[in-house]
Design a protein around this ligand. Sequence first.
Ligand SMILES: Nc1ncnc2c1ncn2[C@@H]1O[C@H](COP(=O)(O)OP(=O)(O)OP(=O)(O)O)[C@@H](O)[C@H]1O
Length: 771
Amino acid sequence: METIDDKQQLESGYIKGTLNRMIFHNESEHFSIASVRIKDTNEPIEEKDVVIKGHFSPLEEGESYLFQGKIEQHPKFGQQYQIDFYRRVLPESKDGLIAYLSSDLFQGIGKKTAEKIYQTLGNQAVNSILNDKNVLDNVPGMKKEQADRLYHALKEHQGFEHVVIHVSQYGFGLKMAQKIYEVFKDESLSILQEDPYQLVFHVEGFGFHRADEVARVNQVPFDHPTRIRAACLYILQQSYQTGHVYLPTRDVLESLDRLLNGSQQGITFDHLSQQLIQMGEEGVVRIETDRIYLPSLFHAENGFCHQLDRITAEKMDADYTQAELLKIIGSVEEEESLSYGQDQFQAIEKSLQSKVMILTGGPGTGKTTVIKGIIRAYAELNELSLNPDDYDQDEPFPFILTAPTGRAAKRMTESTGLPARTVHRLLGWDGKNSFEKNQNNQLEGKVLIVDEFSMVDIWLANQLFRAIPKDMQVLVVGDEDQLPSVGPGQVLTDMLGSEQLPYVQLQEVYRQKEGSRIIQLAHEIKNDNCTSQSLKKERDFTFIDAKEHQLVDVVTHIVKRAIDKGIEPREIQVLAPMYRTQVGINKLNEEIQLLVNPPSKQKRDIKFKELVYRTGDKVIQLVNQPEDGVYNGDIGEIVAIFREDENVDQVEQVVIDFDGKEVVYPKKDLTNITHAYCTSIHKSQGSEFSIVILPVVRSYRRMLRKNLLYTAITRSKQSLIICGDKQAFLEGVKTEDTNLRYTQLKEKLMENNATPIPDEEEEEISPYDFM
Ligand SMILES: Nc1ncnc2c1ncn2[C@@H]1O[C@H](COP(=O)(O)OP(=O)(O)OP(=O)(O)O)[C@@H](O)[C@H]1O
């Protein structure tokens, strides 16, 4: 009873056999290992039994299956079969089929009925029923109820395998088949055939273009409503990845037209608009005048305005007199042995009197000094101890210090001597879609200080502010000249632009007095007066002229020299704006690795995709992994590599040390990291390094912008080396970032007219629904 599918399968390598036993199954990864007794194979396997492994659900012992894949040699366990397709082998003879249908698997079907089914539907009976249950109407004497029960039992029994067979026609692997089946079960195939666009909404990793391909095969009409919806979702998702919170209706319609209407097909603007309106009515998107939002972003933007309103509407508990403030700030100055500048003094004073205040300033203007001053002054005014050990669960420590990245939080701890955490950790993010802290379970404490706020996107801002109790004082600290957040919005810029909240901009540079060219250069860039004079060599700054073809050599040699001088590799950071050019991040990483951590007999390595990871390599985390306490942008070092036969999980593993915390990565999770000898400037936000090496050449021109270069150079603490083309640098720092972000936050704050969000609705939308 071979089907066309079988013939196709059998042209390549296959094993037919009976399952002896399941050896291992990992639920979340859909990964299994099993032992199979071979009945028939065209593979060069001598043994009677073979171990198979791959992405499949637990199979039934004693049942027959067809597997397709390839032989692999495991260093410890020997020969194994890595499968990329399998299906149950249906009984192949009349007797086998009758025995199968009349078995205990199918209640209410006796031998006689099974025979009738065979007589009516032939040896393709099972496939025919699964394709269309109405064929059972032709079986004489078959009752409707009986037919229904048989159909459902068969589906349950065969469903997944049936889906796998058909899904493989579209070129998807087992893992995608499993994901589709998990969501749609029995309906998987009919949905793929009739409305594959639904997968875009419900199956992670299934994009619009893939759905379009499946739809073309199945001749789904080009103006199918779900196609328009999926395209709209796709366009909005693409837009938030470039920082937009919403898109103007016209932009959405034009993008839809481009995406859906290829060269000839004609879905009219009118039809598209009708669909958009309907999506708005159903809440699939949110429409606000001429703006179209993903629901989660709509909730975040409006929700954040309401949260700010809620917190600022509450009157302050304490009302300090001017004399009291003067006295206390004066005594803090004495304790700290410094005299605050006028704007610093004002910042401390204003912050103590405000529910929410914004403090901004470039490097070395004293933001950290002011934070420390506020904490001390607040503690003295309220007679609070600054020793966290004096507090417990009933009376928690009154100061909450937080920042969006692990490194920035660590710096806060170092500079204040007080505990600080990342915002995600503070809010108890579960790594998927929920936060332990929210409006029903708010933060406990009296003063919240959030540093590096320019990096906070609108989702996280809303989530954080929901968790702030109304009587807490909030200080938002950031540098508005840095790059905006990677995620959607420009919350700090919009809050400042609205002029609705008290803020102090620190102008005077203090660190400059210690003779820092880096800080001066930063301020010259900020104030648009950077010239070739600004690039003259000084103690902490060098510009090395280098042509494009010399650049990789020059950069690697500077790194090598620094290491030879005894500087820790993790304190030397090369920053570049692009990945894939001849002088891009990938190439620089490759060359620097070769120079500072070359292959050696003493060091193990592991190949993953195009990269080789080696013990001693400096690596960067690319995603948040809260279950292990590592976050996007954290930098670590590979301290060990284990082979499959050296650990209980029997997979290759890499151990990475992040500032004393060791995290184990099974090989497949190496997608979460990359080399970090050179990182992107975007990824370096929130971090500082002793030495920054910044290549700047003409071929980066598309990326060279004032805020990008400003962010890069302000990452260096002791020494900055720029190499490349002076003219490209000077042009770059004069080029404003014109990549406008669509956000309505500033206007909503100014006009105080954010759309109300019912509490229960807000609960339903996870900020990470669409990430
Ligand atoms: N009023 C002051 N008098 C003397 N020194 C000061 C004063 N304010 C700040 N400084 C010193 O200037 C240096 C920079 O200050 P601080 O670290 O607070 O700035 P920052 O804005 O946080 O800088 P960055 O953003 O670069 O970390 C520190 O060494 C600090 O002690």
